[in-house]
Design a binder for this molecule. Structure first.
Ligand SMILES: [Zn+2]
Length: 339
């Protein structure tokens, strides 16, 4: 169920158990929002775990209630620009929950080479981010196809073309991917002390640099990043978030290890949280890796070589494999690095 809103608004959701005549319900309350004229008071559905959707005015606000079948699982998320609230109702038996220890199902994974087409991403020293992300994603796919033949690997783009941020996760959701990995390169024209590798999971942050990076990667303002962050803060999904953190830890460690085969002093910027639009709609564990710093001369020169790109790709692939195997979390190497 998709609710389209004319503006970014906050809301609350709650689950109510079956009660007499009433089935199990999932309710969303928008405190200061009115219904559009064309919205029906009740929309019967009767499939996929969803019985019907009801809407009603509640004081100055609006309540949207989903009547559910007994075992259906509602998953709530939002999409930016235009702002939408989505409830993905999964019928009984379809909820694939990733165990936190031991091997995880990895039938299909989606790799997302950042940017493409008119959106070239960052540019530095004659390199364009969109070319490097695609090259890395193709390498990761080829490595995984050889190493884990039972796993399907899908790319959100296989050539230099524009794909919207929303389409990228929509694609992963549509094919029921087990993980989503978005590949980018960092850049900053302000004076940064270190380059290096950063791996992000979706979450709210007060870190100015992360907000600025997210705004640049999203193509939006820092204000918008802040507003959406506050809404997302109320939408925390423990299971997906735990999976994303486990995946990020493995990918981060392995990418850094791969990169350091060529650049031994490659800096560890750590696993961080930020509000990346490309991760907002993902229903599965999802991470964004900024695999190097294009605006650092040494890293840009290395990115020009096949050897370095292959080492980074092997790292990303190693991280995905370690996550699928359910390996123990890697040690936090940040404490041990030389500045
Ligand atoms: Zn990027």
């Amino acid at each position: 169920m998709v609710l389209a809103l004319s503006d970014l608004v906050r809301f609350e959701s709650s689950e109510l158990p079956a009660d007499g005549e009433l089935p199990r319900r999932f309710a969303i309350l928008f405190p200061a929002t009115s219904l559009g004229g064309e919205v029906a008071a009740a929309t019967p559905v009767g499939s996929g775990g969803l019985l019907r959707v009801r809407t009603s005015a509640e004081g100055p606000g609006t309540r949207v209630t989903l009547d559910l079948e007994a075992d259906a699982t509602p998953v709530l998320f939002v999409l930016p620009e235009p702002f939408r609230v989505i409830v993905d109702v999964r019928p009984a038996g379809s909820a694939a929950t990733a165990p936190s220890v031991g091997p995880r199902a990895m039938d299909l994974l989606v790799l997302d080479p950042g940017h493409g087409g008119d959106d070239f991403g960052a540019r530095a020293f004659g390199l364009e981010e969109q070319d490097i992300t695609l090259d890395l994603a193709i390498r990761v796919r080829d490595i995984l196809r050889a190493r884990v033949p039972g796993t399907r690997v899908v790319l959100t783009r296989e050539e230099d073309r524009f794909v919207s941020l929303e389409q990228r996760t929509a694609m992963a959701n549509a094919v029921g991917a087990d993980v989503f990995v978005s590949i980018h390169l960092n850049a900053a024209w302000e004076d940064v002390v270190h380059g290096g590798v950063t791996t992000f999971v979706l979450d709210t942050t007060d870190d100015t640099q992360a907000v600025r990076l997210a705004a640049r990667e999203n193509g939006t303002s820092e204000t918008e990043v802040g507003a959406l962050s506050r809404i997302l803060a109320g939408l925390h999904r423990d299971e997906q978030s735990e999976g994303s953190r486990a995946l990020a830890a493995q990918i981060h460690h392995a990418t850094l290890t791969g990169g350091r085969r060529v650049l031994p002093r490659l800096y560890d910027r750590g696993v961080r949280s930020a509000m990346f639009h490309v991760l907002v709609g993902a229903a599965m564990p999802a991470v964004l890796v900024e695999a190097s710093f294009m605006t650092r001369r040494e890293e840009a020169d290395a990115l020009r070589t096949e050897g370095y790109r292959q080492s980074l790709a092997e790292g990303i692939a190693d991280g995905i494999v370690a996550y699928a195997r359910g390996d123990a979390p890697p040690p936090d190497s940040r404490a041990r690095q030389t500045p």
